[in-house]
Design a protein around this ligand. Structure first.
Ligand SMILES: [Zn+2]
Length: 131
């Protein structure tokens, strides 16, 4: 692991069952496997990173607002553009909210990404940048 690489990401969700189904598909697509599972935490891990979800307190069941302080969005890496197109098709089949379909964006030369929402409205991205 390189110093400063993201070790794991922990999200809070309003509905564990709904988010487990969503992240099982998304993280499974990217090679993560589900590990530890308790009422308070579900963990997925890959060879290089890990992610957990935990339940929100009952009074905090509003959608995530990326323009409030906190997380704006979370971007995963893709080795190839085709992975982004393939995920996009799966997201459409699952009726996931798409914010921006796969396209080249101006951030870097060849930057190719899709943007979508998790069940709590957290903005997610799968991006490919040519090396
Ligand atoms: Zn981004």
């Amino acid at each position: 692991m390189k110093l400063g690489a993201i070790h794991h990401i922990a999200l809070t969700v309003s509905d564990m069952e709904r988010s487990e189904a969503f992240y099982n598909k998304l993280l499974g697509f990217m090679g993560y496997e589900q590990g530890e599972k308790t009422e308070q935490l579900i963990l997925w891990a890959s060879s290089h990173s890990a992610m957990t979800i935990s339940p929100a307190k009952q009074q905090f069941h509003q959608k995530c607002d990326r323009y409030s302080p906190g997380l704006h969005h979370l971007a995963f890496s893709a080795d190839r553009r085709e992975d982004i197109d393939k995920l996009y098709q799966e997201l459409l089949e699952q009726q996931v909210t798409i914010l921006d379909p796969p396209a080249e964006y101006d951030y870097l030369p060849g930057y190719y990404a899709v943007y979508f929402l998790d069940p709590d409205g957290i903005k997610l991205e799968l991006a490919h940048t040519p090396t």
